[in-house]
Design a protein around this ligand. Structure first.
Ligand code: AMP
Length: 304
């Protein structure tokens, strides 16, 4: 049994004030799986691509020991494409285009040997598809889920059905406000946890992340970085690091959830250091652990 990851695989076109890339490897499942692959295997990926998806990207996933047994390739189909442009303030992003292509007809069939997975990370895709995934699993025990404004506005009922079944929701601050219809994040967290998930993580970009669990709040810093090249995938890398660490340790205590938030933040910080998935391609577990320790150091104080 492995860590099941379902989401998009994409060819991304990204413009930042520093550079641009076209048809680079992207997608929620890609970032989640790569980030999680540094913890423990196997990561079992489910998604869809077209025949235009470059072979070297498949090889990269396999080099990271990601089991692509659930990856469908649609004959003659075109891979999902997404384009985004970042402003000088890298927290601001415009979506230039979203071409669903093979995603339009995607039926997420979970291979027989993935169905017993206990740990699941649902990347940002249509909540109808996320529900379809859960319907096929025999006994999922820890379900982490991401979503976005697009689905909160367009598929609210399906999303609310899904939230009844998930244990952890990972969203950013503007999405939390939109979902709860409440500007204050503390009040919003109570409204959202009443929808189903016992744990909520609100990502705040370069201002870190907040964990709400078991009536407590934990605030994690962001890594102080001098150079952010490409924020694309930071949220997914966070989710991959968070879930990957919990899958490795099999400890869902509130304190270990806090450690997982720091590991998630560590993976997000590696992700943004380079374009596309490059920052997640050649790490070692030691580097990941060192960054985790640096995170602890920047937030530790001695009581006087
Ligand atoms: P993030 O920066 O964490 O929001 O994730 C960006 C990644 O999500 C990119 O690699 C995109 O290919 C992918 N993405 C963007 N929009 C969608 C969508 N509507 N459905 C699935 N994946 C998406």
């Amino acid at each position: 049994m492995g860590l099941l990851v379902v989401g998009s695989l994409a060819l991304d076109t990204v413009y930042t004030p520093f550079d641009k890339v076209e048809d680079a490897l992207g997608g929620s499942a890609t970032y989640i799986s790569l980030a999680a692959s540094y913890f423990s295997g196997p990561v079992q990926m489910v998604g869809v691509v077209g025949t235009d998806f470059p072979k070297e990207y498949i090889e990269l996933l396999m080099e990271h020991k990601i089991d692509i047994g659930g990856l469908q390739t649609i004959d003659g189909g075109k891979t999902f494409r997404w384009g985004g442009k970042y402003h000088y303030d890298l927290n601001v992003r415009d979506t230039l285009f979203t071409e669903l292509n093979v995603f339009e007809e995607f039926d997420p069939i979970i291979p027989e040997d993935f169905r017993k997975s206990k740990y699941v990370c649902l990347g940002n895709i249509d909540p109808t598809l996320q529900l379809k995934v859960l319907d096929q699993l025999t006994d999922p025990q820890f379900i982490v889920c991401d979503t976005m404004n697009y689905w909160i506005e367009g598929k609210k009922d399906e999303l609310l059905n899904l939230l009844k079944q998930v244990h952890v929701l990972v969203i950013n601050d503007s999405e939390a406000r939109l979902l709860a219809n409440e500007p204050n994040l503390i009040k919003a967290s109570k409204i959202i946890t009443d929808m189903g998930p016992h744990t909520l993580i609100i990502k705040k970009g370069e201002h870190g992340a907040m964990l709400f669990t078991d009536g407590t709040i934990f605030s994690a810093p962001a890594y102080p970085m001098e150079m952010i090249f490409d924020p694309t995938g930071a949220g997914d890398s966070f989710a991959g690091g968070f879930t990957g660490y919990l899958y490795k340790t099999r400890d869902l205590s509130p304190n270990n959830l806090k450690c997982a938030v720091i590991y998630g933040s560590s993976m997000a910080s590696f992700c943004v250091e380079k374009f596309s998935t490059k920052g997640l391609e050649d790490l070692s577990y030691l580097q990941v652990h060192d960054r985790y320790r640096e995170f602890l150091n920047i937030s530790r104080i001695d009581e006087t």
